[in-house]
Design a protein around this ligand. Structure first.
Ligand code: KG4
Ligand code: ZN
Length: 341
């Protein structure tokens, strides 16, 4: 047994509209996490207002950190390193997390590290008991990204395909808006789709006839708008047709990526991985192809601090740091540029 002191990583997520805090312990795993969602603040505007997001992160970050530490019976002096989301995301929102992380780390004389938000999503299934083993194919589906990635190891990512226009979560949100459902649209649209008829409408599966693994979802949203203009009384049927088209397109491209790479494991993460029809489709595909499919638990599909604590922990505990006292962010950041661990 090693007698070295455990390494405790504090994770701070503030890239968009939730403040998430997580605490990851080298021996016990995740020992605390809390989230404050700004949904109520942005709902009346029908989408995220960046300035309001930054201001709220400022108010929430420190009280949430205190509360998570208290819940784990720890104090600031027990933290060994701090991980914060450095990008991609809203610049003002990212600056808040970065400023809190850098100043805390400086005052505690501990290292800090800027984490890539999408690496956080990608590694979130490692917070579960049953974990995927490397290498695997990852499907990352969030409000800002749709990507298929060949994950060779932590930090060794090859992007196989991505969306050429709207991200799939964005298409869910925009279609929900067209149908007059509130913000955030994804979960609302999924709920309404439960009442829709399977065969009322058939929407196209964009780009499946073309080779390659890129996506395009903006046409699907336009198709929904045109259908709604013609059939304004069939909202649930339209929601259903949209969801079926979006999720089966994702499934078809996953199957292609798995065949191309010959990997036997698929990881699905990001906000849209919470979608139950997507999970059903991918599970059925997994059974057919003899591919194991992994997801984060529901609450860790969407943005959270636990995934940032974990992703940061895997790097900080190996000595990786973002050096210097400057408050730096990377609002645009290619996943392929990350350092290997
Ligand atoms: O990962 P995430 O929390 O934030 C980003 O990094 O973007 O993803 C948010 C996205 C939103 O577009 C939201 O509508 C979508 O995930 N989403 C869903 C569901 N839950 C969240 N989309 C479809 N079905 C859901 N159940
Ligand atoms: Zn996210």
């Amino acid at each position: 047994m090693s007698s070295t002191k455990p390494f405790v990583t504090l994770g701070i997520e503030s890239s968009c509209d939730e403040t998430g805090i997580g605490l990851y312990h080298s021996e016990k795993g995740l020992i605390g996490h809390q989230l404050f969602s700004q949904v109520d603040i942005h709902a009346e505007y029908g989408g995220v207002v960046p300035e309001l997001a930054s201001r709220d992160h400022i108010q929430r970050a420190l009280p949430l950190i205190r509360s998570v530490l208290k819940g784990a019976n720890l104090s600031l002096s027990d933290i060994s390193g701090i991980a914060y989301t450095a990008g991609p995301g809203l610049a003002g929102a990212l600056l808040v997390g970065s400023a809190v992380a850098k100043s805390l780390a400086w005052s505690l004389k501990i290292p800090s590290l800027g984490v890539h938000h999408m690496e956080g999503h990608l590694l979130a299934p490692l917070l579960e008991d049953e974990q995927p083993s490397f290498p695997f194919v990852a499907l990352l589906v969030s409000g800002g990204h749709t990507m298929l990635i060949d994950v060779k190891a932590i930090g060794k990512y090859e992007i196989l395909g991505e969306s050429l226009d709207d991200a799939v979560g964005e298409a869910f949100d925009k279609t929900a808006k067209i149908l007059g459902l509130g913000y955030p649209g994804g979960p609302a649209l999924a709920k309404l789709a439960l009442e829709g008829g399977q065969d009322a409408f058939k929407f196209p599966r964009p780009m499946i006839d073309r080779p390659g693994l890129d996506f395009s979802f903006s046409g699907l949203k336009t198709f929904a708008r045109n259908t709604f203009a013609k059939y304004p009384d069939q909202k649930a049927d339209i929601a259903k047709a949209f969801e079926v088209a979006a999720t089966s397109t994702l499934m078809i491209k996953c199957r292609r990526a798995l065949e191309q790479t010959q990997r036997d494991t698929l990881v699905v993460a990001g906000g849209v991985s919470a979608n139950l029809s997507l999970r059903e489709e991918l599970d059925a595909m997994g059974l057919k192809l003899k591919v194991k499919v992994f997801y984060p638990r529901q609450e860790f599909c969407t943005d959270n601090g636990a995934m940032i604590a974990l992703a940061g922990h895997l790097r900080l505990s190996k000595g990786q740091v973002t050096s210097g006292g400057e408050i730096t962010i990377q609002p645009r950041w290619n996943l392929e540029d990350l350092e290997a661990v």
